[in-house]
Design a protein around this ligand. Structure first.
Ligand code: SF4
Ligand code: MG
Length: 331
């Protein structure tokens, strides 16, 4: 499969400023801190991690909504910002309530990208909006209604229609079903899958729910404190997770969904997620890792080995290895 999106060593830092007049920079939040990945044409790459791990910030960097602090993003071989790029990459947002202006009719909301890019006449745009509404399972005759007249699931369909208006090739879905009732989640996910098959779309699918990510993704990347700590084909990641953090995430999630992972044993992580303002030296997970050794503090692990299943860990978990809920030896 050809590479559609290439992210190379991307960092996104947000300055923290203090003081009324001079707004002196007193620190920086390292929201995304050296992420490299590839997204292949036609696949779904899932990105999972707890809230605050940087996955939404990464999504906004990929779609060009945030300029990056350093690193590069290429779409189909051309750098971010190149002509056409903004049309080719679109985003579906988490909150179908907050992302739609309640005072505007949904027909005009869906037509926004067409208006911004000056595509078509008014009549052509209306026809396209109705076509899009039909595509996502909404009644095309309802284009004059307001967002409040739709349910949560229908509003997310409106968001999807708007994202598809410009016929993008890559769609970044940032927690597209997290705000919806469980009963509605499957409908929206299946719609996204159908649209992918029908339109040949490539997805980056961001979520904290490991079951959802497993269901939609070909490959999965796990983020912790602004970094990718493991990336693998979905099957491998869920069956033989190598990074201790992935093991902990899966052990916690498989309590709710026993089919999720081969690991039933509960691994309880001690300590809080460290502040992204001053991430720990060496391996960022060392303050919470049950396997931490002195080398983990001294040396930042890289994603290895070359190949389809990579983990950033000096002492990857072996299949069948017992990972107890021990207090880390290293603080
Ligand atoms: Fe744990 Fe060390 Fe691996 Fe980091 S490098 S995840 S601290 S074993
Ligand atoms: Mg988020």
């Amino acid at each position: 499969m050809s590479v559609l999106l290439r992210v190379t060593d991307v960092r996104k830092y947000f300055p923290i400023r203090e003081g009324l007049f001079f707004r002196k920079e007193v620190g920086r939040v390292h929201a995304v801190d050296g992420v490299s990945l590839e997204v292949r044409a036609g696949e779904t790459l899932g990105i999972v991690g707890e809230s605050g791990c940087g996955k939404s910030t990464l999504a906004r960097c990929i779609t060009g909504l945030y300029p990056v602090t350093s690193g590069s993003i290429e779409f189909d071989g051309a750098p971010l910002g190149a002509k056409g790029f903004r049309r080719d990459v679109q985003m579906i947002f988490q909150d179908p309530y907050g992302s739609l202006n309640p005072r505007r009719r949904i027909g005009s909301i869906i037509a926004d990208p067409l208006v911004i890019h000056r595509i078509g006449t008014k009549t052509e745009r209306r026809r396209r909006v109705q076509e899009l509404m039909e595509l996502v399972g909404l009644n095309p005759e309802h284009y004059n209604r307001f967002p409040a007249e739709f349910s949560g699931g229908q509003r997310q369909r409106i968001g999807i229609a708007r994202a598809l208006a410009l016929r993008p090739r890559l769609v970044v879905c940032d927690e597209p079903v997290s705000a919806l009732d469980v009963s509605i989640q499957a409908q929206v996910i299946n719609l996204l899958k159908d649209l992918q098959a029908e339109l040949g779309l490539t997805y980056v699918f961001i979520a904290h729910d490991l079951s959802v990510v497993r269901y939609v993704s070909d490959r999965v990347a796990v983020m912790y404190l602004g970094r990718i700590v493991e990336i693998a084909p979905g099957e491998d990641l869920y069956k033989v997770p190598k990074h201790p953090y992935t093991n902990a995430l899966l052990s916690a999630a498989s309590v709710a969904d026993p089919d999720l992972s081969a690991r039933r044993e509960r691994i309880i992580l001690t300590g809080d997620v460290p502040s992204p303002i001053s991430p720990p030296a060496g391996c960022r997970f060392h303050t919470r890792c049950p396997k931490a050794m002195p080398r983990c503090v001294a040396e930042d692990p890289r994603l290895t080995p070359e190949g389809e299943h990579q983990a950033a860990c000096h002492f990857p978990v072996q299949p069948g290895e017992h990972l107890g809920a021990e207090t880390p030896q290293i603080q």
